[in-house]
Design a binder for this molecule. Sequence first.
Ligand code: AHR
Length: 497
Amino acid sequence: MKAKITLAKEFQIGKIDKRIYGSFVEHLGRAVYGGIYEPSHPLADSDGFRTDVIEMVKELNVPIVRYPGGNFVSGYNWEDGVGPVESRPKRLDLAWGTTEPNTFGTNEFMKWCQKANTECMMAVNLGTRGPDEARNLVEYTNHKSGSAWSDMRIKHGYKDPWNVKLWCLGNEMDGRWQMGAKTASEYGKVALEASKMMKWTDGSIETVLCGSSSRNSPTFGEWEATSLDIAYDSIDYVSLHQYYGNHTDDTPSFLALTLELDEFIHSVLCVCDYIKAKKRTNKTINLSFDEWNVWYHSNNAPYERWSMAPPRLEDIYNFEDALLVGAMMITLLRHCDRIKIACLAQLVNVIAPIFTQTGGGIFKQTIFYPFEHLSNFGRGVALNPIISCPKYDCKDFSDVPYLEAIATVDEEKEEMTLFCVNKSLDDDALLEINLLDLENYKPFEFVSMDGYGAKDENGFDKSPVKPHKNELPEVDGATVTAHLQPFSWNVIRFKRK
Ligand code: AHR
């Protein structure tokens, strides 16, 4: 196929908030125990953190990590996870049917964040608990000293406050699977009170209201409108969650799911702005897409009930998953004027780009690479490319453009990057890139992932699916011509001359 992408400085969507490249660690399966924390592992440091995991997290360059859940947080007593480890209680986690040993908690996670060069996005329990425990946790983590909870932190060995800046007001409170699930108005009221009291404790924090647990939630739309109407004045962001799977083994439809994702984002923005209009306020609510990924491979895997950290949700990703993850992130960036935070769910072992063996090795899943490219090179501002390319029809969608792309410009580094997925299973693309007033940017690296079967995976023994370098695209004045392989992930990097 022949395709054309036109770029210009003026096509700016907005500045990219680095927190759009966030991720997520929940007390679930082997995400914490056997993932980021495994004191008996040969590569564990003096805090029990796996250094091989930390190295890979640094490669992903994630600026925030959401913690401690997810569904887990809705039954979590944060007090169980602080203080002397020997006196911490074991609890039944009703969200995932396992036993939580509480040997890893808030302070351990904050320490891990420091070592992994990231920051914590903390979630509070608004399921079985409420605003009081939430504001106590803010006092424990953020207040300097001279109050019961801050002095308790100091007694626990942490003199300086952690200064957690971003807080989730519960998790998926609309879901019937959630401990303490609520109606939208019940939740709106609790979230408002929690946010108010948390902000009175520390005026520098931001809070995220739970949106629907997915676009398929029966109360989607109404949930956002009702809870926002109540909590609007105190909160800063509304959350979105979405996971996709290739359930019917229909790759063209699977890769087209970004059309639905785009519609989902658009709808939530409409609801936010409807409430803004209704309230005649200047305050704009932005979005926190704090759970997104492909998730379906591991759905029915058996596990032993009430065991500690059994393998759960351990999807092994294939090549088509990597292409969708790249396309999903591109879609989020197309809305970076309003999506300020996003979390690839999750980070290690549980539906994650990094996979470990307890007591053993580690490997990079296929989805690691597009996320790594975007997170490292996709900084600065996002440009909306004008894409002209053939389209396809499939079972679930029509008029799906074969190419999905975004460009980012990092003025400081004097670099521009074009990210592009070719969704065609068998057609390569001769892509003409017109740079208009960006003519002084010249390509210096062209990396791609291609030539793999849709179901090809990585593993401990061999990891065939990875990026490779290509010959540089041809340059003729302001026109750059690149050859994109069929069914491929492409990253073309430019430097200002
Ligand atoms: O990320 C796995 C789970 O998916 C989270 O715990 C929950 O919030 C969502 O349903």
